[in-house]
Ligand binder design. Structure first.
Ligand code: IPD
Ligand code: CA
Ligand code: CA
Length: 270
């Protein structure tokens, strides 16, 4: 498992190098299109990184299946179509670029996120931020690491820490509740942030830059690796009401230190 994790980490770092190279060339040659709506962007770099990762991971773990954000037609036979398939065998849940809007607008806050599950349980989570050269990595029961340093497990209250929220930008029905949530977080915390990368929001909560992260609608690839990294660093991760998070559908997320999470759940009326 340790060897496999190292290989996955190397692939995440290689993916990051592709992102940085595109960034340095001012996205020359990168095609940008929309998917479900004007905010939901996909670039040729999302597709290139996902194709690269799927090809390499199939070589590493023959017989594995994939749940990924983008659709790569030639890899169609290894893609999960029925969500129940995540519950058996080995699956990789991949977001080739989490923070695509940041990438497109030059905000330099994006990452590649890779989770590996066996029989529905996440065993490995790897997230690489090429802009800061930060590699977050966790294996189930073995703790979480940032660039090889184990992250400490500790507790804190919301008022001591900055909270972060995501705007669930692809679902306009969440606009009002999202900004009500932002106000509640602001009132309960030291301050609030919106970064544009759910995976890094989980990682930054895991390493203590944030005390709590919440968002009203995500997909499995946004949080699968980040959930394990946060949990292995002592955070609780659930849906916004404190219920177990599912890889199926578009769940909300709540991720934070135990005391911060219980304080939030007492006040949240959404
Ligand atoms: C998005 C980012 C964003 C979050 C959205 C995600 P993408 O992922 O993580 O922070 O608010 O809900 O979909 O589209 O950049 O991969
Ligand atoms: Ca994402
Ligand atoms: Ca993405």
């Amino acid at each position: 498992m340790t060897e496999l994790r190292k290989q996955i980490e190397s692939l995440a770092v290689e993916s990051g190098k592709k992102l940085i190279a595109a960034d340095h060339s001012s996205l020359q040659g990168v095609r940008i299109t929309t998917k479900t709506g004007r905010r939901d962007l996909v670039t040729s770099m999302d597709l290139e990184i996902q194709r690269f990762l799927m090809t390499k991971l199939v070589e590493l773990v023959p017989g594995c299946r994939f749940l990924c954000e983008e659709y790569i037609p030639e890899m169609g036979d290894v893609v999960i179509t029925d969500p129940k398939e995540i519950d058996r065998g080995t699956c990789f849940i991949i977001d080739p670029i989490d923070g695509t809007a940041n990438f497109v607008h030059g905000n330099r806050h994006s990452c590649t996120s890779i989770a590996m599950t066996t029989d529905g349980v996440t065993q490995i989570g790897v997230i690489y931020d090429p802009y800061r050269d930060e590699l977050f990595s966790a294996a189930k029961g073995k703790g979480s690491f940032l660039n090889g340093e184990k992250l400490p497990v500790y507790d804190c209250s919301m008022s001591e820490e900055i909270s972060v929220f995501g705007t669930a930008p692809y679902d306009d029905s969440t606009n009002k509740p999202t900004f009500d949530l932002g106000l509640l977080l602001y009132e309960m915390s030291a301050d609030v942030r919106r970064t544009g990368s759910a995976a890094l929001d989980c990682c930054w909560t895991a390493c203590g830059r944030f005390g709590l992260y919440a968002e009203l609608s995500l997909s499995a690839w946004d949080f699968a690796a980040g959930k394990l990294i946060a949990e292995e660093a002592g955070c609780l991760v659930s849906d916004i009401h404190g219920r177990p998070l599912s890889f199926h559908g578009k769940p909300s997320i709540l991720c934070g230190r135990p005391t911060a999470v219980s304080e939030f759940l007492k006040e949240y009326k959404g």
